[in-house]
Structure formats: structure tokens, C-alpha cells
Design a protein around this ligand. Sequence first.
Ligand code: FES
Length: 356
Amino acid sequence: MTPKFHSIEISDVRRETEDTVSIAFNIPEELKNEYSYKSGQYLTLKADINGEEIRRSYSLCSAPHEHEWRVAIKEVENGQFSTYANNELAAGMMMDVMTPTGNFILEPNESNNKSYVLFAAGSGITPVISIAKTALEKEPESQVTLIYGNRGISSIIFREEIEALKNKYMNRLRVVHVLSRESLGNKIQKGRIDLDKANAIYTQILSDGPIDDVYICGPEDMILAVKESMSNNGVDSKHIHFELFTSPLLKEEKISLPTNSPKINSNVSIIIDGDTYHLNLSSTGQTVLDAAHEAGADLPYACKGGVCCTCKAKIIEGTVSMDVNYALEQDEVEAGYILSCQSHPTSDKLVISFDD
Ligand code: FES
């Protein structure tokens, strides 16, 4: 289903830490189906701030079985939306909220007997706590280890909720806090989650049993370090799931058309909600998403940076080149999916669909 915005009432705003609030939405009964979600998915919020339309995606920290839709928003320096959310939003206000999307998910199965290892740093805990709650609640035989990096104790988002989970699932949840600026009295819990720390955590804490799935959410350098460590320690990359919450730094991964590629003028057709939009687009010009917006098509997007996959569409005919892709898995690319915010046509004719 194509993601869509609806105007939704804020039901609760709760301060989680000095610089983080969580915001719950009152999803009307008739929209509950459209807003049903999997643990790890996110909502994209849209607001006019100082005359400018700003969209940001925030992961749901609630879990589906809690029948709640709650996101957490950490105020970042110069962050227009996060500053607005932390200071202006209140229960009863209306907000444009897109239906849930995202590939960083856990689909629980009651008969699973798995060992999950979850790594989070800072506000990267948001989808991870949702995944932890679902694994613990919906898979009674599964074990969860949460490794959570922060500056200090006061910046630990959901500290009390994590403690309550530890008490509830005493034999199935292990939590290891790692603090960069405070000491918990031992070496393993002091510092940042980098490659050395991830290796040390593996050796001292995780190597006592098999690991079935690893979920990682945080800044890119932390994700790369944990991925490397886990795969060096034998976890199949297919079972290492990750989500970036900041813009990627790896610009060298950018895939560009070779400079000697001939410029192609393509006839592009875009199918969305049963309507078809036609436009002419050059391979060296705007992205499909930007050109389509200019032509009046209301295509879904959030980050426009190749990170979130809200703008995902399927190629029906033709080919594209993507500037960057941090969101689609290799098998999705092979199945013809593209990020329209990163795509330029490379064939005379291009047909893409948001409805597939
Ligand atoms: S809008 Fe986020 S990947 Fe395209």
C-alpha cells in the first residue's frame, strides 16, 4: 500500500529525558488497519515550521501488541523538527502522520527459540526497544541481549521501561549499558561502541551461545563497527539488520553515471494509486521523485537521502541509476525496486509503479 498522510490527533507528549520527548497518536478506529505496523517501523511526520514544510521520520518505540502508536524525538542542535517537537507539541494538537513504513523489522513467530542481540546507541533505541518488546512478548522461548550505548545515565532513553522489562523477563533479557562519559565500575561498560568494544562484548558476553539475529540502530560508524565484529564472529550477514538514524557519511559509496555516459532523454511513466503520470526526464537532471513532484504527482517521501525507503517504487519497464542506496536490500534491488528520490532514468522508456 502506498504510504499516505492523515491528520492525526496527538494523544500524549511525555518527556523521556532532558532532550527527548515521546509522542503518542490517537489513531481513529477506521484508520487502525492502515496504521497497523511491525516492530522496527517508523512514522513520517510533516509540519509547517516557519513557513516551510518539514518532514522527518521517527521510529515507533511502542510495539504492536501494546495497541499504541508512539515515537520518540530527540532534540538535535539546529534540528528544526526536533526542536519544534520538543518545545511546541502538546496533547490535543493535530499532526500530519504518514502510515508506517520501513524494512528494519522483526516478524515474530510464537514457535521461535532464538537468540537476538540488539545494539543501540542514543536515540537508536527507539526501534530497538519495540523489537525487544515484541521478541519477548510474542516469542516465549526466545532470548534477547540489549547492548545500549549512551553518554551517561541521565541520557539513557527509556531507562525505567528497560528496567521494568528486565524485571518482567528476568531469565530472557540481558541488558548491557555502555557509557562514554561515566563509569559503571567495569571496563567493558565504559567507552563507545566501536569495533574493539563490539569485539570485547562478543568475547565476554555473547560468545557463550549461538546468535540468530542481530539488530543495530545508531550512527553509521557504530553500525559499521558492529556489523564487522558480528560477521567476523560468525553471524551471517543475512541475519545482521541495521538502520541508520543519521545521514550516511560514506559518500564514496555514491553510485553515479560514468561521466562519459550518453545523456538520455527518457519518457517516464509513474503509476500511483491507479493514476499514471507522464513526464520527460533526462538521465543527468532531476531525480524521478523531484521531477514527478514538479509535474504534480504526490509521491511519498521522507528523507530524500536514500536512507528511509518511503519513496520505494518498482520498475515495470526500463532501467535507472541510483545516486545512493542505503535502504533497499540486495534482493529488493534484484526484484526491480528503486528509491525514486535517488533514481535517474537510463533507458529511453521508464515505467515505475508505487502500487506493486
Ligand atoms: S525518501 Fe527516504 S529513501 Fe527516498
